[in-house]
Every structure is written in C-alpha cells, then in structure tokens.
Design a protein around this ligand. Structure first.
Ligand SMILES: *Cc1c(COP(=O)(O)O)cnc(C)c1O
Length: 295
C-alpha cells in the first residue's frame, strides 16, 4: 500500500468562508484506484490474523459492486493468500467490473440467492473449510476498527475540531473514534436508510467506558443504500467541477452532500475545522456505465 500519495485537500468555497468554517479532505481514495481508501486500513489486521493462524484463504461476503469484495481480493493476493467471495444474488451473464477485478486478483466467487444471503451462519457452514479465515460482510469487527484507527495517524490531524466520515457497518467510525483526541467530535453520515442499530454497532467495537463523542446522522441516504437519484449525481458533478474532488455514489457523495447541508444549517459552530475522510469507493461508480460520471 502506498500511503505517500495520500494528501489533504483544502476546499475553498463561499458556503464555508461565509460561516468561518474550514474544510479539509483526507484523500484516502488516492492509495489505489481499486482497493478503496478505508478498506486498506480495515483489512490490515484481519490479514495479519489469518497469516498468524496459518490460514490459506480469506473468505467474505458482499454484493456485485462491493468495495469490500474487490479490496479483500486484492489485499489477499498481496499477502500471498487465496480468497473466496460469497456474492449476493444470482450470477448475471455480464459480470460487474467489481467482480471481474476480484476474479483477476484470484478470488473465487460463489453466488447465492438474496434469500440465502441473509443467513451468513448457514453460508459459512455451507462453504467452510478448515483453512478459511472468515471476515464479516463489510469488514465489520474489532480488528477492522483497530486498522481504521490508523487513518488519523498518517497525517497530522490534531488541529481539527470535527472528523466527519461516511458510515456503512460503522467499523471505520469506531476506529476514528478510538484514535481521535478528547476534544474532537466524530460525526458519521449513514449511507443507509433508517439503520438505527448503527450507534450500538459502533459502540460494540469501542473499549468499554470509552469517552466517545460520536454522532451518526441518518438524513442523507437519498432513498436507501446504493440509491443515487439525479440530485445526488448533479451534486457529485458539481463538486468535481468546482473542487476537482471525485466522489462516489454510495458513500462519499452522500457524505459531502450532508456536510454541505449541515454547514448551511449552522450545525457546526463558527470557527470549526472540519476534516472529511474521503474513504474511496470510486470503483463503484462504474455501475452507472462510463458516460455518467466522467472522472
Ligand atoms: C466500506 C466503505 C465505507 C463504510 O465503512 P464502514 O467501516 O463499513 O462503516 C465508507 N466509504 C467507502 C468508500 C467504503 O468503501
């Protein structure tokens, strides 16, 4: 993994300066075009654990456009491990670019019906082998959070008042919370509609009695996980035009839309210094075809 490319972008705009708020973006998307930003961090300790226990294969779950699936395939290959992906939904004649990449990185795919996909325990039994190391869907878990905690250590993040990130399973948010300073607020913008279990799922990954300053905002799902109405696509185009900031349709587009809206609603105090985590995921934009978002 090349962390030298990671940099901080300062975003300059009237909607920020008029409120005396600064906004920086930590560009984890620059690590690698395919293995999306936060996944490089989240997978690190799972892979180490698998190697420690001399497992030959990493096995996990995901959908046809899953950043986690392709990142796991890539990270496993880098570590000299085999990988298996249990994929939600029947195999279509044309594989998604995500799954084609996963196969190119040596991942073996098992397609299961949407109904069967719901019962992960059953699937683990169906496919299990003694040299498999299983990772939860989306990389949820303490080792994932431990890896994500390192995100705030690659650059100097001490001066920010707020760290804002997108939330899927909440693993990254737990990691950010673990490594933030006591005076920093951690804010998550959920990519899902009405997933109010997230708070507890994040807390479950934190040390007991952790004095977390954590809030999850559920207002920017745009209709649900993976939904991307025209209004969101227009916003993503605008951010790329105005700030050369490429965003993805599942996570970071909604994150940045939410941040802008919250700024306009005076959610942040004057003088706030925001650090937005660009957690990657750009590979997923290819689900739109290659003419919709042209970056
Ligand atoms: C996986 C992913 C997330 C969500 O991370 P969690 O740790 O599951 O909350 C956010 N952004 C991008 C781009 C992702 O790929």
């Amino acid at each position: 993994m090349n962390f030298d490319n990671i940099k901080i972008d300062n975003i300059h705009a009237d909607w920020l300066s008029s409120k005396e708020i600064t906004l920086d973006v930590l560009r984890l998307d620059k690590i690698h075009p395919i293995i999306s930003g936060n996944k490089a961090f989240k997978l690190k300790f799972y892979i180490a654990e698998a190697l420690l226990h001399s497992k030959s294969t990493i096995a996990t779950f995901g959908g046809a456009w899953s950043n986690h699936i392709v990142a796991t395939a890539f990270a496993s290959k880098m570590a000299g491990l085999k990988s298996v992906g249990v994929i939600r939904g029947d195999q279509l004649p044309d594989l998604s670019t995500t799954l084609s990449s996963a196969i190119a990185y040596g991942m073996e795919l098992y397609f299961v019906t949407r109904e069967d996909y719901k019962d992960k325990e059953q699937l683990m039994k169906r496919y299990d082998s003694s040299d498999f190391f299983w990772i939860n869907e989306g990389g949820y878990g303490e080792l994932g959070a431990k890896g994500a905690a390192e995100i705030l250590q690659i650059v100097d993040t001490r001066n920010y008042s707020h760290i804002v990130a997108s939330v899927g399973t909440g693993t990254m948010l737990a990691g950010l919370s673990r490594s933030s300073l006591p005076q920093q607020q951690i804010i998550g913008i959920s990519a899902m509609k009405g997933n109010f279990e997230l708070e507890q799922q994040v807390i479950n990954l934190l040390p007991k009695n952790n004095a977390y300053k954590l809030s999850i905002i559920h207002d920017y799902h745009f209709g649900g996980f993976g939904k991307h109405p025209q209004q969101l696509l227009d916003f993503i185009k605008e951010m790329n035009q105005n700030h050369q900031l490429p965003l993805d349709i599942v996570y970071t587009g909604k994150l940045m839309y939410g941040v802008k809206d919250l700024v306009s609603k005076n959610y942040f105090d004057t003088g706030s210094k925001l650090l937005i985590i660009h957690s990657g995921g750009l590979q997923g934009n290819s689900s739109l075809g290659d003419k919709v978002l042209t970056f």
